[in-house]
Write a new protein. Structure first.
Length: 259
């Protein structure tokens, strides 16, 4: 038999559940102590009493896992800590939550612990539960997540020439270059995701990035900085798509909800 490492426990969330054999799940978890891991939950499909609601989406649970040789862990116990399943009752909130989970699942590397990222994930669920979906909160989450991963877009200067002035005058955004281009550098750009970056859209993203807590961004949509939230959204999604090499599946769901 394969030897197990000592038990480890900590809070985390479920990012995905995949059926395995007749009675098990393979759960992709984001945990405080281990980052993103895949764990075998034996008997979880055949008996709801095995893990109950603690092994589900839109909840925070305390997981105990054992490390097996290779990439697969074993989930031994799970205890519910915070319940956000009421978000499933509102289509827009559920769409935002689904996108957030897919974003973390697809962008984060395996087994790289980042407790701040887990706190960020819990905070955005709490904001959804308390205030409902807000585009600026989603932008703040995306930007902070990218910052945690070392891939935050440059917004305060031209990534090509370093110029910091004049960016509100016909600037551009190039995901392949990692941020904003001034008018002159943008005219020479050839990246497939190159797009105009209006001054209000850049101000909106800078304001969303600057908030101390995610929920502090919820009022930005009613301020002057919200002059072009669609352009801001498209720039950040363009950056994420460039990093992944493909669009997220939940983007279509979000687009349908917006309409």
């Amino acid at each position: 038999m394969e030897a197990d490492e000592p038990d480890a426990s900590g809070d985390g969330v479920v990012l995905r559940l995949v059926p395995y054999r007749d009675a098990d799940w393979i759960a992709t978890l984001y945990t405080r102590g281990h980052g993103k891991i895949s764990a075998l939950a034996r008997g979880a499909r055949s008996s709801r009493r095995r893990f109950g609601a603690s092994l589900g989406h839109l909840v925070v649970s305390r997981f105990e896992v054992e490390r097996r040789r290779g990439e697969l862990w074993t989930l031994t116990t799970a205890e519910l800590r915070q319940d956000f399943t009421a978000l499933a009752g509102d289509l827009a909130s559920y769409a935002h939550a689904s996108y957030i989970i897919e974003l973390v699942r697809e962008l984060t590397p395996p087994e790289v612990p980042d407790p701040a990222l887990l706190e960020l994930l819990i905070a955005v669920h709490a904001s959804l539960a308390a205030h409902g979906p807000r585009p600026a909160v989603l932008r703040a989450f995306e930007l902070r997540l990218l910052d945690e991963l070392g891939s935050a877009p440059v917004l305060d200067r031209c990534v090509a020439c370093g110029r910091g002035d004049g960016l509100d005058d016909e600037a551009w955004f190039d995901p392949s270059r990692g941020g904003v281009l001034c008018r002159a550098c943008g005219a020479l750009g050839r990246g497939p995701g190159l797009r105009p970056m209006p001054g209000p859209a850049r101000a909106y993203l800078l304001a969303a990035r600057a908030v101390d807590a995610l929920e502090d961004a919820r009022d930005l949509d009613a301020t002057a900085e919200a002059g072009d939230p669609a352009a801001a959204r498209d720039a950040v999604i363009g950056m994420i798509t460039h990093l992944l090499g493909h669009p997220l599946r939940t983007l279509e769901f979000l687009a349908k909800v917006r309409k």
